[in-house]
Design a protein around this ligand. Structure first.
Ligand SMILES: *[C@@H]1O[C@H](CO)[C@@H](O)[C@H](O)[C@H]1NC(C)=O
Ligand SMILES: *[C@@H]1O[C@H](CO)[C@@H](O)[C@H](O)[C@H]1NC(C)=O
Ligand SMILES: *[C@@H]1O[C@H](CO)[C@@H](O)[C@H](O)[C@H]1NC(C)=O
Length: 613
């Protein structure tokens, strides 16, 4: 902790960068920084590879543009089925799942902006049509800015608040990418009277710029609101999840804090909005406060020991109040969710970019590889570790910690018991995996700093090699997920249903749902006990803003009964439902939703993006 407090006092960028490249484990084990002022001494040589085996196999062949088409189709279905322009939102989403939908859509728009030019989509090579396609979804994203229920979100937990900030930074990045690629401005930004039509045309930026300042403003406001969640009286720091419950410092809020802060540092375009009650005018870009928050948050998360024996993030820590005066994070909740393995990746990638510290990238690759292994997939052999053909019909391959048979799975997936929260998680994971594996941009070399070019190249090669190794696992998941779409093209929650032939329940899904110290509060709500908050309970899907179908609430465990009802009805001569839907495990529980569609979209986008580098 000594080093942390030393860092906390620093404000100069240069000093911070040096501190950043400093150890997350111990000085002797530290990689030599790629960026430095003085040639580094006493450091470990940079890694040759981020894989644990030597990868001699050639890079996988480039994938067909069909994958991109499927991804665009997933977006089209998402917006056609779930977005309502009149309400300027996805009415069946809740605030945070809507924020994630917007984030994933902004990412997809960036992908389309980069990819559509070079691809003949269905014979349609007309740029006007492609631009219209992008503008169509962008207009809806802008609509959702105005439909976002900011007053309600202000009163929610810190993770809800941070999803908002992160989402609008993603939108800013899309506007920047699209502008740089297709609308580089030629004229001066000023239009003076009498300068003529050509001058007006030349000086008009891409129309998407109209909302840049609004996006920037909201991301700053919500980052500031989120900052109140950082608390140092307990556990020597860390973000608290929900101010209305007993202090709980969980992985998601802290990962969001790291990733949002470093994204603000890198991409926040400044905010000139000044309210009369604000003394200061303007908020700067590259604010050292954002960098410091990201760094401190990262160090805290690593030090607090939140990973389990599989290398996966568990959910979080309570403070044992039975011990008088206790301030330690000592009651660990062992629950594992997919999204807790994803959000930090954006933070690790960002920290590498600003510091040139290879350990950030390495720790990200270790996390990704832990996830892949826990789905029952061997990266080295490029196949599932369990022979799927030898699994008897009606049974599933064994649970491996975060999936089975090479398919990533939430613990609520196979039984059809996910809440609206749980239905969002896998999409979050793949969105951040995509951002982690995006092609490495050149490091920003500040004045007075030197770049080790050869070292940078080595890291770049190692990064690309590892990321392209993940493609076959992603493909395996994407093919399974594509198999879960219904006639309307809507993705199911449990991707395993696309390749396994079994319908299971909580009792026989192969997962120990009663494991010690494991609380599935995201799907079941927090228990009414002394650890979580006495009589105060938190339930998933609360804070919902509903216009179209008020009061349906959560349908968490209703699946089995519902199917029974359907069967009963058909026995009484009612028109029989599509036979398949009775056997489709993804029709149970909440069924197919805006959240499961976002999951399918994020997965297909990851498949496309990672196979391009
Ligand atoms: C803020 O104002 C400055 C100076 O007028 C300008 O250069 C900058 O582009 C503005 N930023 C935003 C986000 O509007
Ligand atoms: C981290 O936590 C786990 C579970 O509580 C414990 O078994 C392990 O010893 C801890 N590791 C460290 C380094 O404190
Ligand atoms: C459960 O939590 C208690 C209290 O922190 C701890 O002593 C015990 O080792 C934990 N068990 C497991 C399996 O993590």
């Amino acid at each position: 902790m000594a080093r942390l407090s030393a860092v906390a006092g620093l404000v100069g960028l240069l000093t911070l960068q040096i501190a950043l490249a400093a150890p997350t484990k111990g000085d002797a084990q530290q990689y030599c920084p790629v960026l430095y002022t003085e040639p580094p001494k006493n450091c470990k040589p940079l890694p040759e590879s981020f894989l644990t085996f030597s990868s001699k196999s050639p890079a996988p062949p480039p994938v067909d543009s069909l994958v991109l088409e499927y991804a665009v189709e997933a977006l089209a279905v998402l917006q056609d089925q779930y977005f309502h322009p009149d309400y300027a939102t996805w009415p069946s989403a809740i605030d945070w799942t809507a924020a994630v939908a917007g984030t994933v859509i902004a990412g997809m728009l960036t992908t389309m902006s980069k990819s559509l030019v070079s691809i003949q989509l269905g014979g349609e090579s007309d740029w006007k049509a492609k631009e219209n396609l992008i503008s169509n979804y962008y207009a809806q994203l802008v609509g959702s800015y105005y439909g976002q229920d900011v007053l309600s979100i202000r009163g929610q937990a810190y993770d809800d608040i941070l999803w908002v900030a992160l989402g609008w930074i993603e939108a800013i990045n899309f506007v920047r990418t699209h502008t740089e690629l297709h609308y580089p401005r030629s004229g001066s930004p000023e239009v003076v009277p009498g300068s003529g039509l050509k001058n007006i045309i030349d000086s008009t930026p891409w129309h998407g710029h109209n909302w840049m300042a609004s996006f920037a403003h909201r991301s700053r406001i919500f980052w500031n609101l989120g900052a109140r969640g950082w608390e140092t009286k307990l556990c020597n720091g860390g973000m608290v999840w929900n101010p209305r419950l007993n202090p709980y410092k969980n992985a998601i809020t802290n990962e969001l804090w790291v990733s949002t802060s470093i994204s603000m540092y890198r991409h926040f375009p400044g905010d000139n909005f000044t309210a009369p009650w604000l003394a200061t005018a303007g908020f700067p870009t590259n604010d050292p406060a954002h960098l410091q928050a990201a760094m401190e948050g990262y160090q805290w998360l690593i030090d607090v020991n939140m990973t389990n024996h599989r290398g996966l993030f568990v959910d979080g820590y309570h403070i044992d109040s039975r011990r008088p005066g206790n301030t330690k994070c000592d009651l660990r909740d062992e629950m594992v969710y997919t999204y807790n393995q994803g959000v930090l990746l954006t933070g690790q990638r960002g920290l590498w970019t600003v510091s040139g510290g290879a350990s950030f990238l390495e720790e990200g690759h270790v996390l990704i590889q832990s996830v892949i292994e826990a789905t029952g997939w061997s990266l080295e052999e490029n196949k599932a570790i369990d022979d799927l053909k030898s699994v008897p019909s009606g049974r599933l391959p064994p649970w491996r910690g975060l999936g089975r048979g090479g398919i990533i799975e939430e613990q609520c997936d196979a039984s059809g018991t996910c809440s609206q929260d749980g239905q969002t998680f896998k999409g979050v994971f793949f969105h951040h995996l995509t951002s982690f594996c995006a092609p490495l941009d050149p490091l920003r070399v500040e004045k007075g700093m030197k770049l080790n070019k050869r070292g940078y190249q080595r890291i770049k090669t190692a990064h690309i090699t590892a990321c392209s190794r993940y493609v076959s696992w992603i493909k395996h998941n994407a093919l399974a997920a594509l198999g879960t779409r219904d006639d309307a093209g809507r993705f199911g929650m449990w991707w395993g249903a696309g390749i396994f032939n079994a319908v299971v329940t909580l009792d026989n899904d192969g997962i120990n749902h009663d494991a010690e110290n494991t609380t599935d509060y995201r799907n079941q709500g927090t228990p009414e006990d002394d650890t979580w908050g006495g009589l105060h309970r938190w339930l998933p899907g609360t804070g919902r803003w509903s216009v179209l179908d008020p009061g349906t609430g959560q349908k968490v465990l209703g699946g089995i009964k519902e199917n029974q009802d359907m069967r009963d009805r058909s026995e009484y001569g009612e028109p029989r439902q599509d036979k398949r839907s009775l056997q489709d495990p993804n029709e149970r529980g909440r069924g197919r939703t805006v959240e499961t569609q976002v999951g399918g979209l994020a997965l297909l986008r990851a498949y496309w993006e990672l196979s391009q580098s």
